[in-house]
Design a protein around this ligand. Structure first.
Ligand code: SF4
Length: 375
């Protein structure tokens, strides 16, 4: 089983906190880029013939800038070149202001069956300094229209840890999103990435970021509020009702293989990780020459061990002890460190898995990096 990720490197404008790869001046070469994505799908297909493709994910950037016909053309290339008759989940990330009823119907008819709507906040003040393209009202209407059009797999992204976001305001945001009737929510803490507009504002004192205590309190409020509303926290930042997990992302977290297509996209074939060049023109040129614009890195057992820990510990399933053991020759120091986290009440060990407790989830990154094998 494998998934396909397609990176659409276009955005209408630049959000102040974002360091993803995208371009805001794309109309002049939009057609060439889409043609290159299709060609890359074909170039990579021979290496993936043994894999059954179960999920497709259009991420970005802003994939909702694509029309239904453009999505359909990329999906047709997948069906024609991969073993994709068993695809169960096709997700499109979208910005609320792109979600007109006509557009939603067009995506649905193209085959998209899951939407990930980037709401981020329900207040115009926050959306404004973030330089998002949408308003709070457009956030609401996008979800309402998607439900009306018949999308029953619907997730929204929210952000906490925002400057000037009080506990009370965060609770109001959560209650609003619960009231919308979605069955999946992803909530991420704002991080100040280097070389972003936000980083320069923080440096100059224009914006005061939240502190670690506020972020922890908001995370705890998030977890308890969504639990009361019937959402299961199946990954640290992801909450689902009635088992409506993201199948594509769950496969990542379980270390499954995936094809990655598009500028800056990262893929994994079970042995190697590869990443495409983060430059749209160079990407197009190399693909036109029939060359994969990639850097490939063969993962060592140590790399795979650390990755399993890093992503697996964040999930409700934890990390398989058998998989870890297959990658690590017995290391006394490692077991001593594990024991010490267990004693602190942040980690538990079952017969088959290593899991974080609820207090451990607050320290997930620190625990994973402490348990990394180095050298
Ligand atoms: S829409 Fe998404 S990818 Fe584009 S700039 Fe904003 S956060 Fe980044």
């Amino acid at each position: 089983m494998a998934g396909i990720y397609i990176h659409i490197p276009f955005c209408a404008k630049q959000c102040t906190y974002c360091d993803f790869h995208f371009s805001t001046t794309f109309e002049s070469y939009r057609g060439n880029l889409l043609k290159a994505l299709s060609s890359e799908l074909q170039l990579r297909a021979p290496s993936w013939q043994k894999e059954v493709i179960e999920t497709v994910y259009f991420g970005g950037g802003t994939p909702s800038l694509l029309s239904g016909a453009e999505i359909e053309a990329l999906l047709s290339t997948i069906y024609a070149n991969y073993n994709a008759s068993a695809v169960k989940e096709i997700t499109l990330e979208c910005n609320p202001d792109d979600c007109s009823t006509d557009q939603l119907i067009a995506w649905k008819m193209a085959g998209v069956n899951r939407l990930s709507i980037g709401i981020q906040s329900f207040t115009n003040e926050q959306l404004s300094w973030m330089n998002r393209t949408h308003t709070a009202h457009e956030g609401f209407t996008a979800v309402e229209r998607a439900i009306a059009v018949g999308f029953d797999q619907l997730t929204v992204d929210l952000m906490y840890g925002l400057p000037d976001l009080s506990q009370q305001a965060w609770l109001e945001q959560l209650n609003r999103v619960i009231g919308l009737g979605v069955n999946h929510i992803s909530a991420y803490c704002l991080t100040i990435e280097e070389k972003t507009v936000l980083a320069s504002w923080v440096k100059s004192g224009k914006i005061h970021p939240s502190n670690a205590d506020q972020q922890s309190e908001q995370f705890e409020l998030l977890v308890s509020t969504l639990a009361k509303a019937g959402f299961e926290q199946y990954e640290i930042s992801n909450f689902a009702k009635e088992g409506k997990y993201s199948q594509h992302n769950t496969a990542y977290w379980q270390g499954k293989k995936y094809v990655a297509i598009g500028p800056s996209a990262h893929g994994y074939d079970g042995t190697n990780r590869y990443w495409n060049v983060a430059n749209n023109q160079l990407y197009i040129r190399q693909i036109e020459e029939g060359v994969l614009p990639e850097t490939v890195e063969e993962l060592t057992n140590q790399d795979r061990f650390n990755e399993l820990l890093m992503v697996g510990l964040r999930t409700k399933w934890g990390v398989s002890k058998a998989e870890l053991k297959a990658l690590l020759v017995h290391d006394e120091d490692w077991y001593t460190k594990l024991e010490s986290w267990k004693q602190s009440g942040t980690v538990v060990e079952t017969e088959t898995h290593i899991l974080l407790t609820s207090s451990g989830r607050l320290l997930a990154d620190a625990i994973a990096s402490d348990l990394f094998v180095i050298g």
